[in-house]
Structure formats: C-alpha cells, structure tokens
Write a protein that binds this ligand. Structure first.
Ligand code: PEP
Length: 254
C-alpha cells in the first residue's frame, strides 16, 4: 500500500480576503494529475475557512485545514475555535503544535496532547508538528528531543487513533529561513520518527503514517526531498503563498 502523500500549504497569518480568493482561484485552475494516494491540504486562516471550503468543493484530492484549535469542547473561551466548530463546517484537517504556536503561544507537549485528542474526537485529522531548534541540532540531541515530542503528545492514543494522525517534521532552524534540511537529513529523521512509532505501535502501524517534511520547501527542492522513502510530502509556508510555486510542489508528490 502506498502511504498517503500530501502537499500541505500553511498560509499562517497572511493575505487579505481578496488575496486569499485570488490565490485559491489560481491554485485550483491549474490542472494536476492526481493519483488516489495524493492530497493537497490548504491550511488557511480561520476567517477564510468557509471561502476555501466552498472553492474546493467538487475538487477531488483538495482538502481544507485549520491552523489550530482549542483544548476545550466549548464554553467561555473568548477568541478560541473548537474542533467541533471545524467539524461542523466540513473541515477535514487541523495543524496541531506548529513551532510558532509552541514558541509564541506557549503550547507545551501536554497541551498538544489535549488538542490532538480533541481533534480526533471530532473526526479531524491532526497534522501534528514536531521539530528541534538549532541549539538542539548543534548539540546532536535532535533524535531524543523529537521522539519526546511524539511520546508526550501522541502516545496516549490507541492504535486506531494513531492511524488517523499525520506527522510533520519541521526543524525550526529551517522554517522561513531559506535553510532547508538536506534530503538526507530529512530522511534520517523521518526514519527515526517511524522507528519511534514502530517501537510503540508496531511496524505495520508505523508504516501507514504519513510523515511530511517542512522547512523552506520550494518548487526547486521538493522533488529531491519527497523522493526519499520515509518522506511523504511537505508542509509548506512561504512557497505556498505563490500559486506557481505551490503548484510545482504538488507536482513533486510521489
Ligand atoms: C511552516 O511554517 O510550516 C513552514 C514550513 O514554513 P516555510 O516553508 O516558510 O519554511
């Protein structure tokens, strides 16, 4: 079985409504030949979810994601968005634990475990982000650092739940810096992550989990990175804001 291969766009806090509409129109007008195991996921800002959802309706292989959701089901949490709200509007995916959320909004591995649980309760596919900062990479302890992120945020899940997760490995030193991990560095970490999952859940389960690479993926380097056996596509920030660039990244899926 071919694992699901995913090109995911993370728009972050960018674009006006009109710009978002243009980008969606440009992205969707290009014709890509998709195989059934290939998907495009567009993580747009909350106010544009409805717009994105209506634009992708009828486009097989295209899905919409939120960039975050809250730990609680509902209630007096002004400004937050629940997993149930996302489900109720037909959203299929949610990014959980992006490094910017961890850094600027103090999201810990324990908080992220709650968010993953909440997303799964409402049938959203979490795109769970992990990845080490530069000083950890320089100290050479990235493998244990990233394994701990999985253990503390995902290992509460049953086998059936874990199978619904997508993982994105995003080394922080490569995000928005133009400094991409080499395809070898990505493959090495992805293999380590898969082994970490296999040790806990079994090899058969680990072999079904899509692991995306994120960090300065561009049209020019996507093919090389995605070609590695344990790399199942990418989570893309900057280059996802330009239709032609993201189109090239979609076409680099294996
Ligand atoms: C990201 O933030 O998910 C990301 C990978 O950003 P960029 O592609 O801009 O490095």
């Amino acid at each position: 079985m071919m694992r699901q291969q995913i090109a995911a766009a993370n728009w972050k806090m960018n674009l006006t409504y009109a710009q978002a509409e243009d980008l969606l129109d440009n992205l969707l007008q290009d014709s890509h030949t998709f195989q059934p195991h290939q998907s495009v996921v567009l993580a747009v800002p909350f106010p544009y979810l409805s717009l994105a959802k209506s634009k992708v309706t009828g486009k097989a292989n295209f899905f919409v994601a939120a960039q975050n959701c809250y730990t609680q089901k509902s209630g007096a949490y002004t400004g937050e968005t629940s997993a149930e709200m996302l489900q109720s509007m037909g959203i299929e995916f949610v990014i959980i634990g992006h490094s910017e959320r961890r850094e600027y909004f103090n999201e810990t591995n324990a908080i992220l475990a709650e968010k993953v649980n909440m997303a799964l309760t409402y049938s959203l596919t979490p795109i769970f982000c992990c990845g080490e900062p530069l000083q950890i990479r320089e100290a050479g302890t990235q493998n244990s650092y990233v394994a701990a992120q999985l253990e503390e945020s995902l290992f509460q899940l049953s086998v059936e739940q874990l199978k619904k997760i997508v993982i994105a490995y995003e080394p922080i030193w490569a995000i928005g810096t133009g400094k991409t991990a080499t395809a070898d560095q990505a493959q090495e970490m992805h293999a380590h992550l898969r082994k970490t999952l296999a040790d806990q859940y079994g090899q058969d389960v680990a072999d079904t989990i899509s692991i995306l690479y994120g960090g300065s993926v561009k049209g020019s380097n996507a093919k090389d990175i995605f070609s590695r056996p344990d790399v199942d596509g990418g989570l893309v920030g900057g280059a996802s804001l330009v239709a032609a660039d993201f189109g090239q990244i979609i076409d680099a899926l294996k």
